[in-house]
Write a protein of this length. Structure first.
Length: 330
């Protein structure tokens, strides 16, 4: 009996990405799909949008829980239930970028409206016709002001640096004399020689350009404050977050909520809505502290107040640095 011919060798397709054998729908080595047909236009747009805004339902689910359930997303993340929600770092980053995009759009609709002054020295929208009246939906940068102008600085913190501005937004550096102050004033003098509207628009553009970086830089400081105020008592509250990374998760969710409420404030033309969003932001902080870290309400209020004061102090410093960067680099 003649021998039957040997079976033909089975050819296993190779992954087009890494070259490994990939007999199934996905490469077991790198995870790329093996069917590489070009997607239709609709599938292409769904893939692009879904990667960034989670059109599979996670976006709506995440925003709902973020907005109305203080501390819920943090507890879910720390408990390991993460797939159904947008991750905290991405959520914060997306909302921070969305906030400054909305601010930029508002400034383009009414150019130069962010930083100008009325006859009383109070910052208002550039197109305001009544002194002190703020047009709806406008971003307003406030500073200590009087009839002679206004001042921003860190004097209350014992740091003798700041800036004085007059009604035309001409700026004078305040601080100890020396080469640093002189060089800074020389660069600012070039800005002062511009007309009023150009100065306002340059500062505004710089704030919008560097604002997201400043906001992101404040997150590690917020987490460090939580690490300090919640040190100790691990036996009494064993489930309380202890590690710095856990505080970062909590901070990312609270910063994301603040960005979302600021978007509501900028977009809404109704003052009661803006006031309600501001109040909700502060209540959200204390309520989320209570829900995530446990303990009594008195402890959450006391620790929250300490965190708020220290955070706002750093926020003042970052704001001054942001304005200086906007003037010099804008």
């Amino acid at each position: 009996m003649a021998d039957s011919p040997p079976p033909a060798p089975v050819t296993v397709p190779a992954c087009r990405n890494c070259g490994a054998a990939a007999p199934g729908r996905y490469c077991p080595s790198c995870g790329q799909e093996t069917a590489l047909a070009l997607p239709a236009a609709g599938a292409f747009l769904r893939e692009a949008a879904g990667r960034y805004v989670a059109l599979d339902g996670r976006l709506a689910r995440t925003l709902y829980h973020l907005s109305f359930k203080p501390g819920f997303l943090t507890r879910e993340y720390l408990a390991g239930r993460r797939k159904r929600y947008i991750r905290p770092a991405r959520l914060f980053l997306v909302l921070a970028l969305a906030l400054f995009a909305v601010l930029r759009l508002a400034s383009e609709v009414q150019p130069g409206a962010a930083i100008v002054f009325d006859d009383g020295g109070e910052p208002v929208g550039a197109n305001a016709t009544v002194p002190g009246e703020h047009p709806p939906g406008k971003a307003v940068v406030k500073a200590t002001a009087s009839e002679e102008g206004g001042t921003i600085g860190l004097f209350d913190l014992g740091i003798p640096w700041g800036a004085h501005f007059d009604h035309d937004l001409r700026i004078t550096v305040l601080g100890p004399g020396g080469p640093v102050r002189d060089r800074l004033q020389q660069r600012i003098d070039r800005i002062n020689r511009m007309d009023r509207q150009d100065r306002a628009e340059q500062v505004q553009a710089g704030v919008l350009r560097y604002g997201p970086y400043a906001l992101i830089a404040l997150l590690p400081w917020f987490a460090l404050l939580l690490q300090v105020v919640y040190a100790g008592r691990s036996r009494r509250y064993p489930q309380r977050p202890r590690r710095y990374a856990e505080h970062l998760v909590f901070g990312a969710h609270n910063h994301a909520l603040a960005c979302l409420m600021l978007i509501v404030t900028v977009v809404s033309p109704w003052e009661p809505v803006s006031a309600l969003a501001t109040l909700w932001t502060f209540f959200y902080l204390f309520s989320s502290l209570k829900n995530v870290y446990g303990g009594r309400w008195s402890g959450a209020l006391a620790r929250g107040a300490i965190v708020a004061v220290a955070y706002l102090t750093m926020f003042a410093l970052v704001t001054v640095l942001l304005l200086v960067s906007a003037i010099l680099l804008g």
